[in-house]
Write a protein that binds this ligand. Structure first.
Ligand SMILES: Nc1ncnc2c1ncn2[C@@H]1O[C@H](COP(=O)(O)OP(=O)(O)OP(=O)(O)O)[C@@H](O)[C@H]1O
Ligand SMILES: [Mg+2]
Length: 317
């Protein structure tokens, strides 16, 4: 059974915005799953639906086999969610926060004490004990917030942009914390992010979404293989020169896929050397001014941009 099963979820807000547009994905038990998408892609909307905070307009979603509509209580018992804004009470100490949380989930006192000790030692939080949370930095508060949400022993932990705005050191600590949650507590983690390096470093599975729908789901290696072919990069002095060449080249070579990115044209190429020769010759013959042309290796960022970029010219041509 999957940890999370989502099929054709649609969410239309009252103002008519269709935030999710028939999205489907599956999350395996015990994995770190990253949902990657630009601002407004619909990531938080999906988290709000899966955590039963929002109702979808249509579609099916199951958490550990329980339907989010008809088995809402069972769903809620198995999950915890750290939202974009922290929920931690800054006037209380970490221990007081943890006890409050265990009361909320009706966890017996002794069990709560044991759980608290495990979490504090697992995430090296000893030095933050006793002092009010208000005295800690944003990065530390986020980590405390996550530890707090693990008090109820959830099987699935939802994290909405857990590392946004963090410095590199806090980022490393946070990534290790997430791996420990998966490896030592066996918790499935579903997180959203804008950062590719984060998804790449952490995730067992990545789902890239755009405009309310999944574009692709796979391991970081599988995603990279999607465009394992090389690319040609043609650089121009400015964007308008790139656009004018883009239009002309698209007409001349409808057998190759072109992408316009700022003052560059990227060509996805199966035979990069032959294409390099043919396109250079084409540019010289037409006396088109350009700054340089070279063969480049695609990065995960290229995969992401290629799959998520809305390029007006591409849509026209
Ligand atoms: N309560 C709401 N009412 C109407 N529209 C909304 C509401 N919440 C979100 N939206 C719209 O739905 C779309 C998806 O928003 P959502 O917050 O899910 O995106 P996101 O991927 O989480 O973005 P970000 O990366 O900025 O957090 C956006 O166009 C947003 O403006
Ligand atoms: Mg969001």
């Amino acid at each position: 059974m999957e940890a999370i099963y989502v099929k054709n979820i649609v969410k239309r807000y009252k103002n008519g915005v269709e935030a999710l547009n028939g999205l489907s994905l599956t999350v395996k038990k015990g994995e770190i799953f990253s949902l990657l998408g630009q601002n407004g892609a619909g990531k938080s909307t999906l988290i709000n639906i899966l955590t039963t905070y929002l109702e979808p307009t249509s579609g099916t979603a199951k958490i550990l086999g329980n339907d989010i509509y008809t088995e809402t209580d069972a769903v809620r018992r198995n999950i915890a969610c750290v939202a974009q804004k922290t929920s931690i009470d800054t006037y209380l100490s970490l221990k007081e926060n943890m006890i409050l949380q265990s009361k909320l989930y009706k966890i017996p006192k002794e069990e709560a004490e044991v759980r608290m000790k495990i979490l504090i030692s697992c995430f090296a939080l000893e030095r933050y004990l006793q002092y009010p949370v208000s005295s800690y930095s944003g990065g530390v508060k986020r980590r405390l917030d996550i530890a707090l949400n693990l008090m109820s022993n959830p099987q699935i932990l939802f994290l909405d942009e857990p590392t946004v705005g963090m410095d590199i050191q806090s980022l490393m600590v946070m990534w290790n914390m997430m791996k420990k949650i998966r490896d030592e507590l066996g918790t499935t983690i579903f997180l959203t992010t804008h950062y590719l390096e984060e998804a790449d470093d952490l995730s067992d599975t990545i789902c890239i979404m755009r405009n309310g729908k999944e574009v692709v789901q796979g391991t970081p290696t599988e995603l990279r293989e999607l465009i394992k072919n090389n690319m040609l990069n043609i650089r121009f002095a400015n964007k308008s020169e790139a656009i004018s060449c883009f239009t002309e080249l698209s007409e001349a070579r409808n057998d190759i896929k072109l992408f316009l990115r700022e003052e560059k044209i990227l060509v996805h190429s199966k035979q990069s050397i032959e294409d390099l020769q043919a396109i250079s010759q084409w540019l010289f013959e037409r006396k088109i001014k350009f700054e340089g042309i070279e063969i480049v290796q695609p990065t995960l960022e290229d995969v992401f941009l290629r799959l998520t970029e809305v390029n007006e010219l591409e849509e026209i041509v």
